[in-house]
Design a protein around this ligand. Structure first.
Ligand SMILES: C[S@@+](CC[C@H](N)C(=O)[O-])C[C@H]1O[C@@H](n2cnc3c(N)ncnc32)[C@H](O)[C@@H]1O
Ligand code: SF4
Length: 354
């Protein structure tokens, strides 16, 4: 990393209607992916005729830099790069290098994280670290090759993802985390193998409840294995010791007794955490989403050109954050428990990045 630290002038920190601060930005850099996870980009929808964003519709890295500076001025401390599959976006390392030159309002380096399916990570880990990436989360839903292939719908061995995870650790990206979305009856058999595989490493494994989001056409209440159920599966074999969780953490974490490792459970469906959600999401084409379940995003592209000042962009983001009153998951918990799906389409995870 050889970027020169760039301080950003503070604007009044943004708080939404429920007094939630703006702390995290999830930035999707591409809507394409080399996987076809059945719960995210089912092949029958994302087929050869599917119209992905073309290069001119995607934000350029210059536009993204302006955007991130605006978010940092409003209090953002962490940027998570996501997709689609973010490692498919050409030039990502040089973008990360530019991001690494930014400091937060408190003067700390911006925390830069990446969420990836891990398939291209082995060869890229060193360059990503050199560019200034701090941490990486790899999505891996199964250790069993057949289950992994069925869920990701690609012909790739799990070993390729494990290699990426190992390389990320070897070059010093830290922390490295593994996230697994658990679908009842599909990969719940993989919870214990994943725990066993990583329990004596520094890699935290987190199990995520399957959500009724855009792209998850096969979702129904009966496909959700709750965090409580997942924990019970782990506790059948291992004693778990609760770990202190910081305010902003979405996962409830445990140390595995007599082992080095930790596991976490993200109860986004059964115990939603809207009350502490400080996350904004921007899709690869510059739409701001203040909730995964929002009916629509706000197009920020008009503020990202050179002709518009940064102050105007900051005002635009701030106004939208201040008007934010989303708490979909909490307000709809009862409706969902009774088995009803949401009745409106929401943004696809592959466009906004989960
Ligand atoms: C959309 S992907 C984008 C980044 C990258 N391609 C990856 O898979 O890590 C981000 C995360 O969203 C998760 N995800 C997608 N659809 C989901 C759903 N219906 N419920 C819960 N998590 C989901 C994926 O498992 C992945 O961990
Ligand atoms: S979850 Fe990630 S890897 Fe799977 S299809 Fe969606 S974007 Fe691709």
């Amino acid at each position: 990393m050889n970027a020169i630290a760039e301080a950003i002038t503070a604007s009044a920190p943004a708080r939404d209607e429920l007094a939630r601060p703006l702390r995290d930005l999830r930035l999707s850099v591409i809507d394409q992916c080399n996987f076809r996870c059945t719960y995210c980009m089912p092949r029958e929808v994302f087929d050869a005729n599917y119209r992905f964003l073309n290069a001119s519709e995607r934000l350029s890295f210059d536009q993204m830099m302006k955007l991130v500076r605006g978010f940092v001025a409003l209090g953002v401390e962490k940027v998570r790069i996501t997709g689609g599959e973010p490692l498919l976006r050409r030039g990502l390392e040089s973008f990360i290098e530019r991001l690494a030159g930014l400091t937060t309002l408190s003067g700390a380096p911006l925390d830069i994280a990446l969420t990836t399916n891990g398939s291209l990570l082995a060869a890229r880990a060193r360059g990503l670290r050199d560019a200034g990436l701090s941490r990486v989360t790899v999505s891996l839903d199964a250790l069993d090759d057949a289950i992994f292939r069925r869920m990701s719908d690609v012909d790739m061995p799990v070993a390729q993802i494990l290699d990426g995870i190992e390389q990320a650790q070897a070059v010093g990206l830290a922390p490295v985390k593994v996230n697994a979305v658990i679908e009842r009856g599909v990969n719940d058999s993989q919870i214990l193998p994943l725990v066993r595989h990583f329990m004596n490493t520094d890699i935290a494994v987190r199990f995520i409840e399957f959500m009724d989001v855009g792209g998850a056409a096969g979702w129904s209440n009966s496909t959700v294995l709750t965090a409580q159920n997942m924990r019970a599966i782990v506790e059948n074999e291992f004693a778990l010791l609760p770990l202190y969780a910081d305010e902003s953490s979405t996962s409830v974490n445990y140390r595995i007794a007599n082992a080095k490792g930790t596991v976490g459970f993200i109860a986004s469906v059964s115990q939603p955490f809207c009350g502490k959600c400080s996350r904004a999401r921007v899709s690869a084409d510059g739409q701001l989403f203040t909730c995964l379940f929002a009916k629509q995003g706000a197009d920020l592209k008009p503020w990202l050109g050179d002709a518009v000042s940064s102050d105007e962009l900051i005002d635009a983001i701030s106004t939208r954050w201040q008007n934010r009153d989303d708490q979909y998951s909490e307000l709809n918990a009862d409706r969902r428990r009774s088995g009803q799906r949401k009745s409106w389409p929401t943004v696809r995870m592959s466009l906004v990045g989960g």
